[in-house]
Design a protein around this ligand. Structure first.
Ligand code: HEM
Length: 207
């Protein structure tokens, strides 16, 4: 048996890294608008003026790319009964106990699925509220109280997305052997067997 199992094709990975890069740039420039302490972060988009101009346009590109990424992975992120079992064992998952390994986990575990749906919710809210607060093009069509409310939701959705991203990156580093799935496109067979046994079975026909 080959030691590595393919997990993502080239276009999946390019799509993912475009979303990741844009999301990070949007988070940093967004923080610059949020509080003067983060003002220096506007330099990631070329300074305050360019950041104000580019942030909403890049937001649209990120959201469009995220829709593309979601269309590739949403089916494998549907919550199933086994995910509830996994969540009930969350303490064991964190302490690296052996219980969760016995569950028939597919391509993604419940933690990854929850992060996926959290991202879907925050990106959807960010786009909707982002349009309402986009001063130069759309804000004149909306009453001021709605713009203020949209601003608040935009900020909360942004924070939620940033926290989900931190958890996502931390988990990817913490579970050894995961990063190469998104860099090389393949994973070690032992990694697959250990963390995603049902997916391993589907891919190899072996137990
Ligand atoms: C910036 C640093 C990022 C790193 C290092 C990173 C790393 C990874 C890795 C290693 C995987 C493969 C996990 C696996 O196959 O088990 C993955 C999957 C994924 N990533 Fe990221 N990622 C980053 C940013 C993002 C962002 C910003 C988003 C979305 C807004 C995102 C959305 C996803 C999705 C949807 C998947 C597929 C897993 C699933 O659907 O549950 N990633 N990422």
């Amino acid at each position: 048996m080959s030691k590595f199992i393919p997990r993502y094709g080239v276009s999946d990975r390019v799509n993912h890294w475009i979303v990741a890069l844009l999301f990070v740039l949007l988070s940093l420039s967004g923080l610059a608008f949020f509080h003067p302490a983060f003002f220096f972060l506007s330099s990631v988009l070329g300074g305050p003026v360019w950041a104000r101009i580019l942030h909403p346009f890049l937001g649209l590109v990120m959201a469009g790319s995220f829709v593309g990424l979601s269309m590739r992975v949403w089916k494998e992120n549907i919550i199933k009964p086994v995910d509830i079992e996994w969540l009930k064992m969350i303490e064991e998952v964190i302490n690296n106990g052996s219980g969760p390994d016995k569950l028939p986990i597919g391509k993604y575990n419940a933690g990854q699925k929850l992060m996926f749906w959290t991202m879907v919710g925050s990106v959807a809210l960010l786009v909707l509220t982002g349009i309402v607060i986009w001063r130069s093009y759309f804000a004149m069509y909306f009453p001021i109280p709605l713009i203020r409310f949209a601003m608040l939701i935009h900020m909360l959705a942004g924070f939620t997305g940033i926290i989900a991203l931190i958890v996502h990156v931390y988990a990817a580093i913490w579970v050894k052997g995961t990063i190469r799935a998104m860099t090389r496109g393949s994973v070690d067979a032992e990694w697959a067997k250990h963390h995603h046994p049902e997916w391993f079975k589907e891919q190899t026909g072996k137990h």
